[in-house]
Design a protein around this ligand. Structure first.
Ligand SMILES: [Zn+2]
Ligand SMILES: [Zn+2]
Length: 350
């Protein structure tokens, strides 16, 4: 079968690989849809940032149908429609015992760490990774379960309270899902800061109270957010953009004693106004990935429509086109070269 293999910076190849078969405790899944993740683009553009060993079949946001069971598999059947938790945790190491599953010393993560991913017709995963989805969740929506959980995890990390005012910086897929999860979790007004007009429009469609462009400038955005929150500013700012200026904007929009949740990779270090943070007793909380139990929340939000994915899907492509119409389209290079057309690209091997 043909799979998309990751080799290094700007080096991904569609290659012939053997079709996998499930070992003990594993299931084989016929892939329906697999999304291209922002972290895939980070690895593609910068070289292996999240990937310890190459080559590996890329793709970790996916859904499919169980087609074959390995020995000893219980509780799941051929024909089951599933979303997949990319993570396999040991549940024994110091980190797992402290609920830091994403940092498990024995972590495997489909498409990234020690397990082939789903830019391929078939994938084999541990049976506990395959999570049956209800009828109401389409295969397309199920490919968003993992990024939805990233939003769920961030809201939990922030201890988001009913009625909290929220700012989301960066309205890519993670930002747009976090916006919806925050609202589903009970947030009050959610404001969004995003440079691309097309994404600001989606944010409004999905319930943002007001959207801003970073071009408006921190001073003017801060003024508006302050007046729209009765002089308080945001209880929680979710920073889903990445670069340092986004972190600085986050600090400026956060209330005294508020929280800034860092959800995006920031490979380049830089200067940050720590004194302002200190004097306002604000916290920076990092939120990386998601926890196994958050899957059920993600599936529930997708099932009852509190999280909508249709507006995020900017194109659906075939696996054969994944490099040209997928990775190359999403690879922005400089910010001013950013492609306004795309948000989430879904890939199907069928
Ligand atoms: Zn992802
Ligand atoms: Zn562990």
């Amino acid at each position: 079968m043909k799979a998309l293999r990751y080799y290094g910076k700007k080096d991904i190849r569609l290659e012939e690989v053997p079709e996998p078969s499930p070992g003990e405790g594993e299931v084989k899944i016929k892939v329906k849809w697999c999304g291209i993740c922002g972290s895939d683009i980070v690895d593609y553009e910068n070289g292996p940032t999240n990937i310890p060993e190459v080559p590996i079949t890329f793709g970790h946001e996916f859904s499919g149908e169980v087609v074959e069971l390995g020995k000893g598999v219980k509780g799941i059947h051929a024909g089951d429609r599933v979303a997949v938790n990319p993570g396999v945790y040991c549940y024994k190491c110091h980190r797992c015992l402290h609920d830091q599953y994403m940092a498990c010393v024995n972590l495997r993560w489909a498409g990234t760490v020690g397990q082939d991913g789903a830019f391929a017709p078939y994938v084999v995963v541990a049976s506990e990774q395959a999570l049956p989805i209800p009828e109401e969740v389409s295969y397309e929506a199920a490919a968003f379960v993992e990024p939805t959980m990233v939003g769920v995890h961030a809201c939990k990390r922030a201890d988001l309270r009913p009625g909290d005012s929220v700012v989301v910086i960066g309205a890519g897929p993670i930002g747009l899902l976090t916006l919806q999860v925050a609202k589903a979790t009970g947030a009050g007004k959610v404001f969004v800061v995003e440079p691309l007009a097309s994404r600001r429009k989606i944010a409004l469609e999905l319930g943002a109270a007001k959207v801003f462009s970073p071009d408006d400038g921190d001073v003017s955005i801060r003024k508006e957010v302050t007046s729209l929150t009765n002089g308080i500013r945001a209880d929680v700012v979710f920073q889903c953009a990445g670069p340092l200026p986004a972190m600085i904007t986050a600090q400026k929009l956060c209330r005294v004693g508020g929280k800034i949740v860092m959800m995006a990779q920031m490979p380049k270090p830089g200067e940050f106004p720590f004194e302002d943070l200190f004097l306002r007793e604000q916290s920076i909380i990092s939120s990386w990935g998601c926890m196994p139990d958050e899957f059920l929340t993600g599936i529930a939000f997708l099932a009852d429509g509190r999280v909508k994915v249709e507006p995020l899907i900017s194109s659906r492509i075939k696996l054969d086109d994944v490099i040209e119409k997928g990775f190359k389209e999403l690879s922005f290079g400089k910010p001013e070269e950013r492609n306004d057309k795309h948000c989430k690209i879904l890939v199907s091997p069928e």
